[in-house]
Design a protein around this ligand. Structure first.
Ligand code: MN
Ligand code: MN
Length: 316
């Protein structure tokens, strides 16, 4: 079973809205090699895992799959932030919907010029489980043959392709909100690439000079370089509340990427970053509360919580 921590896995930098960047990032969320696919692929491989002797491999896949849930949350929130407010709309949140901001702009007018009409109509200024051209995410993307070596090979291919696409995404936009998340995912893709490569090494594979895939100059991206200097490409988190993960039996020794670092599975989770709730958007009728509904919402929000003991918490 899963717990939730009300933090983002990494900080999302502040910048102007950028609907075109949001559109591109949809590929990284709901595309064939996006975060929804990594999340579902590893969770299904973990659910269907066979062979009690292989527990360290199951624990590795399960821990990475759990991190991928947070990647879905991170990139989805990033897309929503990039869409939240047209760059040319100067209205105040309290303005009536039919009285848009200065300059005669209409609030969602950006939808007509950015090729995102369907997205704005269906999902408004939020993320959708679709790729960059609007194809819905599909369960048939998930690869789970049940053969351990095959599944690990495919996972390595998936992380490598994800990293390739994120490096391309980085070069499409200089928006700070987009780049903060893209850079984090580039580095974590490499960490997962390293982990699956190491798991395959324990099963007899010798990578020699193949890794990392792709051979990129991602370390020349300043945001990526900062995360590499923190060693995030070589850490695997257990996301295990009860201390039973054996993934550390696999994730140790020199990194298969040949960067001279040691793989490290000693941490339960990353530090996390504060989580906030998006503002109301009257122009998209979200959350769509009139005075009566608002009074009821505020009454609920003002209610006293019954005393609840915090039974579970993060292990420190
Ligand atoms: Mn990911
Ligand atoms: Mn990954």
């Amino acid at each position: 079973m899963y717990f939730h921590v009300q933090e983002f896995i990494n900080e999302i930098a502040a910048d102007e809205p950028d609907p075109a960047a949001a559109n591109a990032l949809q590929e990284g969320l709901g595309g064939q090699f996006g975060e929804m696919r990594t999340m579902m692929q590893y969770l299904f491989q973990s659910i269907n895992f066979r062979g009690p002797d292989g527990k360290p491999y199951k624990d590795l896949i399960q821990g990475i799959g759990t991190e991928e849930i947070s990647h879905v949350e991170l990139i989805g929130t990033t897309i929503a932030r990039l869409l939240d407010g047209s760059p040319r709309y100067q209205g105040k949140p309290a303005d009536p919907v039919d009285k848009p901001g200065s300059g005669g702009a209409v609030p969602l007018n950006i939808a007509l010029s950015e090729g995102n009409i369907h997205h704005y109509l269906v999902g408004a200024q939020g993320a959708l489980p679709v790729d960059a051209v609007g194809n819905p995410w599909m369960g048939s993307y998930v690869y789970n043959s049940g053969n351990l070596v095959l599944d690990l090979l495919y996972n390595l291919m998936l992380e490598s392709t994800g990293r390739l696409q994120k490096c391309r995404l980085y070069e499409m936009t200089d928006n700070k909100t987009a780049r903060s998340t893209i850079s984090y995912l580039i580095v974590r893709d490499q960490a997962h690439e390293n982990a699956y490569a190491k798991a395959l090494e324990t099963l007899g594979v010798n990578w020699r000079t193949s890794l990392p895939i792709p051979k990129t100059n991602a370390e020349s991206f300043p945001e990526v370089k900062r995360l590499l200097e923190m060693g995030l490409q070589s850490k695997i988190y257990s996301f295990d509340l009860t201390g039973q993960s054996q993934a550390g039996k696999i994730v140790q020794g020199m990194s298969p990427s040949g960067d001279g670092t040691h793989l490290d599975a000693s941490e339960q989770t990353p530090a996390g970053a504060p989580m906030t709730i998006a503002p109301e958007r009257p122009e998209e009728f979200s959350p769509g509360a009139d005075a009566d509904l608002r009074a009821l919402i505020e009454a609920t929000a003002a209610m006293e919580m019954a005393d609840i003991d915090a039974t579970f918490g993060r292990m420190k």
